[in-house]
Design a protein. Structure first.
Length: 253
């Protein structure tokens, strides 16, 4: 079953301009979900919350949240205290500055939302056209659900998208120098191989092969068929880099 996310009401705050918008998640989860059953009777497994100190099951109302500041020592937060710390859910999408999109490394991009308007909006269209003309994206901050985000507003062919960003402390890029040198001949062959495989990004052609295999397996199981392992074709690996490049280029030709 596919869960449809409701529209999220918000607004773009641009200097003294306020533009009401609806946030629509662009991506939906396409994974096939499985339930866990007891092998013996094929009944759903329940997850019981149990206190090993009191040796008994615990009700949801008897559970509190706590932060472990050192081993086996906790500081407890009440629900009211945690609610008081949550960011304002009605916070607008506040524009901080306008930047070049290329200034944001791609690994900072997290989740994208399409920004709609409930009715025709001249302010929305003006903001959209101004972003296109200046070839800039808007760096913004906002709240979605319980979480605070920074993000960018980018114009597409048919509107504006908001892409939330990871924070710097969430990103781990190894600080590594490219120490191994390559020869000009090796580089020329690698470039020729890349050029021989030149193409375009065509997302309609790229299917989730694993999910398609899973769905077929479910249909086969319903029809009483046996599930067998798909035979894979093993490519012979060539350890000599030059030979591997030359052979690959020859095969592509």
């Amino acid at each position: 079953m596919v869960m449809v996310m409701p529209n999220i009401h918000s607004s773009i705050s641009f200097a003294l301009v306020n533009i009401p918008v609806l946030l629509n998640p662009i991506i939906k989860n396409n994974d096939t979900s499985f339930n866990q059953l007891h092998k013996k009777c094929l009944q759903r497994i329940k997850y019981v919350k149990y206190c090993p100190h009191c040796k008994k099951d615990v009700k949801e109302s008897d559970i509190v949240k706590a932060y472990q500041f050192e081993k086996d020592n906790y500081i407890v937060f009440s629900k009211t205290e945690l609610d008081n710390l949550k960011p304002d859910k009605d916070k607008e999408i506040e524009v901080i500055s306008f930047i070049k999109e290329t200034s944001v490394p791609p690994w900072y991009f997290e989740k994208s939302y399409f920004l709609n308007t409930e009715k025709k909006s001249k302010a929305y269209n003006l903001f959209y056209e101004a972003l296109k003309k200046t070839k800039r994206v808007a760096l913004v901050k906002t709240v979605i659900g319980p979480k605070f985000y920074y993000g960018i507003l980018k114009p597409l062919q048919n509107g504006i998208i908001l892409t939330t960003l990871y924070f710097e402390e969430e990103v781990r890029i190894p600080d590594k120098n490219m120490e191994v040198k390559v020869t000009n001949k090796e580089l020329d062959l690698a470039v020729k191989l890349i050029e021989s495989m030149d193409g375009d990004f065509e997302p309609h052609k790229y299917k989730d092969e694993y999910q398609e295999t899973l769905k077929k397996a479910i249909d086969d199981k319903l029809d009483g068929k046996k599930i067998t392992k798909t035979k894979s074709t093993n490519k012979k690996q060539i350890n000599d880099l030059m030979k591997a490049l030359e052979k690959s280029l020859k095969e592509k030709k």
